[in-house]
Design a protein around this ligand. Structure first.
Ligand code: ZN
Ligand code: ZN
Ligand code: ZN
Length: 337
């Protein structure tokens, strides 16, 4: 059978090459036979090139958070040393990443933003009254050395045995009373919020995130509609445009209304930019990925596969006539060795 060679990225893809590509692809599946690839008739070869458009938006986001920790004395980097720097006044040139990195995050202390306050958990005392033995005390008042009855000897200090003898209670050492298990009868507990220091220092931290948001679009003809978009994004194609700007506008192709519209659609799909961020730059690309659909037949049986991209990746999704993987195929034999 003769068919017209198809133009494939500037190369002709003839019948021999088509078969070789398929045989190679099938050869990587241990339980697929190569006979259909070798012997079936090439019934149809159709070009169905695919356009892939991307818009990458590289942005910086800044956000302020407060960090509070116990204050144990020492210098405070506060307002008295000068005005506090604003979030967007920070100079981050030394930490700036390469353009279009997927994600980078950094944290920077805001100079002169430190403040010290009385701990609210303990009203600045550093201690709180024990909730077990000083439960109903007014703030700031507590009683020391409060004991409770020993539960082992019921406050007797002695344990009575069946034979009528007594022994000293080991739980309370014969005292009949035990100290508070929570505070050791000190009456006070250290405040957990300030670790007993009574003060908290609060510092402003800037969190800076650089990230690239990607918009991708694939324009597929119905012939290639069964191939997942991922295959085209991964494939190598021929670049038709590659522009960079602080904000990309649609590319202009003098001879293609379709491409102008496609580019416009990609740009229209620009992701939402949160108000805490600003766009540093954008990159817009359109490529054409060569795609060929090959249909092979024998008698009245057919199957199709796709040859995608400049690197000629074979995509064969479902049906191939010679699949022998029923659980007894050589791939399981191979596991046993
Ligand atoms: Zn207590
Ligand atoms: Zn006891
Ligand atoms: Zn406290």
């Amino acid at each position: 059978m003769a068919h017209t060679p198809t133009i494939f990225g500037g190369n002709y893809l003839d019948e021999v090459e088509i078969r070789e590509l398929l045989i190679d692809h099938v050869g990587h599946r241990c339980c697929w036979g190569s006979r259909p690839a070798r012997t079936w008739k090439i019934h149809a070869v159709e070009d169905c090139n695919v356009y892939v458009g991307t818009l990458e938006t590289f942005l910086e986001e800044r956000e302020l958070v407060s960090e509070t920790e116990p204050y144990h004395g020492g210098n405070i980097d506060g307002k008295d040393k000068g005005p506090e720097l604003g979030l967007w006044d920070l100079d981050l040139r030394s930490q700036f990443p390469a353009l279009y990195v997927p994600y980078k995050e950094t944290r920077v202390k805001i100079l002169r933003s430190e403040t010290v306050e009385k701990c609210s958990g303990c009203a600045g005392r550093g201690d709180i009254a024990c909730p077990t033995c000083n439960a109903d005390q007014e703030p700031g008042f507590y009683k020391q050395n409060q004991m409770s009855q020993c539960p082992a000897c019921y406050g007797q200090g002695l344990i009575a045995h069946r034979d009528g003898s007594d022994t000293i209670c080991t739980n309370c050492d014969g005292k009949g009373k035990i100290p508070c298990a929570t505070c050791g009868s000190r009456g006070l507990l250290q405040c957990k919020t300030c670790h007993g220091s009574g003060s908290l220092s609060t510092l402003k931290i800037a969190i800076i995130k650089w990230k690239t948001l990607s918009t991708r679009k694939v324009s597929v003809t119905s012939v290639a509609a069964l191939v997942p978009d991922e295959i085209f994004h991964r494939a190598k194609g021929v670049q038709l445009c590659n522009t960079q700007a602080s904000q990309c506008s649609p590319a202009f192709f003098a001879d293609s209304f379709f491409l102008n519209q496609f580019s416009f659609d990609v740009i229209q799909d620009r992701p939402f930019i949160p108000p805490t961020a600003w766009v540093i730059c954008e990159r817009h690309m359109i490529s054409v990925v060569p795609v060929t659909r090959v249909t092979m037949s024998r008698h009245r049986q057919f199957f199709s596969f796709y040859i995608v991209g400049l690197s000629r990746e074979v995509y064969l999704k479902d049906y191939y006539p010679a699949r022998f993987c029923w659980g007894l195929c050589p791939c399981l034999e191979w596991l046993k060795t």
